[in-house]
Unconditional design. Structure first.
Length: 277
């Protein structure tokens, strides 16, 4: 699933290319993805609107449009956005084609058909439940500590994945941040001591920044707006490295299942102190 670094990389690719362009409409072969307005109204309501800016909230892309409307996209598990010309060869698994009046297209490819589209007056109607943006000044140690303290039993990784404590962190970067902070993923969130919270706070920010610099992690379907893969898969320390030596201590990385997802950690570096019994 594209997480914050991948969505931010896509945003940075699309923003200069689409700013000022006017939508001609949209052609969708998977109307179930359109949550608002009714799918048959989306093209008509989008046509003629100009892209003023492209922003991001967590894993959501927010297109600020003329006429005080917002196009909100979520790529979910396998979505990608490809900037093309209408004369370019077709791409695989494209479910929605956003056309512009200059002949360019934004193609929404989605193997698993899980991506979602909204056209709304206020993006907060979609993103209002998200937690704090981890790369913003509002994401402080105190705010993270308060969010973790509300979960006396839930594993810290589950809290990070829930999107209410911190926005945009998914499976890959939760594992990477917990490895960096030396915290076991199944530790109860509220059990973290202040020094551990401080380490986790620093780790979340540093891991996300490094991944953005590497243009995201391409372990499966993710590509940027030009169709190019990211490079952060070559810099991962925990995620996807089961049985490989920890780059810090040499102990083989272990993999367990949490909530149906693979979870990777170093059994030596990531202390098992205060694990649930």
């Amino acid at each position: 699933m594209p997480e914050l670094p991948e969505v931010e990389t896509i945003r940075r690719g699309l923003a200069p290319a689409l700013s000022g362009k006017t939508f001609a409409g949209v052609d969708t072969s998977w109307p179930r993805a359109v949550k608002a307005p009714a799918p048959e109204r989306l093209s008509t309501e989008l046509a003629g609107r100009c892209v003023e800016s492209i922003e991001r909230a967590g894993k959501f892309l927010l297109f600020r449009l003329s006429g005080e409307r917002w196009l909100v996209l979520h790529l979910r598990m396998s979505g990608s956005l490809l900037l093309r010309r209408s004369t370019d060869p077709p791409d695989r698994f494209v479910r929605h084609v956003f056309g512009f009046t200059d002949g360019t297209e934004l193609r929404f490819a989605d193997v698993r058909k899980m991506g979602v589209i909204w056209l709304v007056d206020d993006p907060r109607s979609v993103t209002g439940a998200l937690g704090t943006e981890p790369l913003s000044a509002r994401f402080t140690r105190a705010r993270l500590a308060a969010a973790l303290a509300r979960h006396p039993k839930a594993p810290v990784k589950s809290v990070l994945l829930g999107q209410r404590a911190v926005a945009g962190v998914g499976n890959i970067y939760a594992d990477e941040a917990l490895w960096e902070a030396r915290i076991h993923p199944v530790r109860p969130a509220a059990s973290l001591a202040p020094p551990e919270v401080a380490r986790l706070h620093r780790a979340i920010r540093s891991v996300l920044r490094e991944a953005i610099c590497n243009r995201g992690t391409s372990k499966a379907d993710y590509v940027d707006a030009s169709g190019e893969k990211g490079a952060h898969q070559f810099a991962l320390r925990a995620y996807g490295r089961a049985a490989e030596p920890c780059t810090r201590c040499g102990t083989p990385i272990e993999r367990i299942r949490m909530g149906g997802r693979g979870t990777y950690f170093c059994p030596r570096c990531q202390t098992p102190a205060q694990l649930p019994r």
